[in-house]
Write a protein of this length. Structure first.
Length: 299
């Protein structure tokens, strides 16, 4: 009924997997089922699942073994069923699981068995959180928690493709904290880190949805904005420059420490390399430095 090769594959799955014949007698029970339910294969094989071994119930207390069993429905109709239920553990407590029942056919297309695969829903939540944290580690700067250079490179390339395929426009802003070395030398690197957080949060909190800002490196930040022209880009740049200058970090002696940023901006020119775009914005930022800092230069 279930080929030997398939039994071997199912045996090694982390998910719980068991197989029933058309009378709902359990004929296969893998190690994943043992781990999740506490029941060994010897305790359940050749017993009927409707004998209330796992005693599936819904969150409102409906006992599925006596009506609404996904596995029974699959045996009767051949339809794959998915449900979130709570099974009975051998020790007596309830375990939240997601079950999926799948029909098994013979060569003549008759249903001869059904497979139920079930996963502990708690692991699903843990896996989601782990994936989310891994994604954040790959795309976000450890210190400031805004996007990192890796993600900025990725986003800039995508913005270039979008601009060329859909005739859209975008610009970038290059920010550099003025006299940041003086901050580190005077107040120490811990305060310097707080200033980096302060600037990054001021920038990231004041962009429109769809615009992206990240830490390029050191005390440098890059923003990618969906703007129509350099005039619009300059308006945004000056707003952010002012907001940074009006922000402050409170020192232990209750004194307020503020910094400013020099900003360079430019619009993407169709077909140009991203490296050229960034270099032009960087050069404009240095022009702002030469003009006295706390300035915006857009070219």
């Amino acid at each position: 009924m279930i080929e030997k090769d398939y039994r071997e594959v199912l045996s090694y799955m982390f998910e719980g997997v068991y197989v029933v014949d058309t009378n709902r007698k359990i004929i296969f029970w893998n190690s994943g089922s043992e781990q999740i339910t506490g029941y060994s294969a010897e305790e359940v094989i050749n017993h009927h699942c409707h004998n209330n071994i796992l005693r599936h119930v819904t969150e409102d207390g409906t006992q599925l073994c006596f009506g609404g069993c996904p596995l029974h429905h699959t045996l009767k109709t051949g339809e794959i069923q998915i449900a979130d239920v709570f099974l009975h553990h051998k020790k007596g407590h309830r375990v939240p699981v997601t079950v999926k029942s799948i029909p098994v056919y013979d060569e003549e297309k008759n249903i001869v068995a059904a497979i139920e695969v079930f996963t502990d829903s708690r692991y699903k939540k843990v896996t989601y959180e782990e994936n989310r944290r891994l994604k954040e580690l790959l795309t976000h700067d450890d210190l400031t928690r805004i996007y990192n250079r890796r993600y900025l490179d990725f986003h800039l390339k995508n913005s270039k493709v979008e601009a060329e395929q859909f005739d859209s426009t975008f610009g970038i802003l290059f920010f550099d904290i003025d006299h940041f070395k003086v901050v580190n030398d005077t107040y120490g690197h811990n305060v310097g880190d707080e200033i980096l957080k302060l600037v990054s949060q001021t920038l990231s909190s004041n962009f429109r949805q769809g615009d992206v800002v990240g830490r390029w490196g050191g005390e440098e930040f890059i923003a990618v904005l969906k703007v129509k022209n350099s005039m619009e880009l300059e308006i945004v740049a000056n707003k952010l420059r002012i907001l940074v200058s009006e922000s402050f970090y409170e020192l232990e002696n209750s004194k307020e420490l503020s910094v400013t940023v020099s900003v360079g901006g430019t619009m993407y020119i169709c077909k140009e390399e991203i490296s050229s775009l960034v270099s032009r914005a960087d050069a404009n930022m240095y022009q702002s430095k030469e003009d006295g800092r706390n300035k915006v230069t857009i070219k």
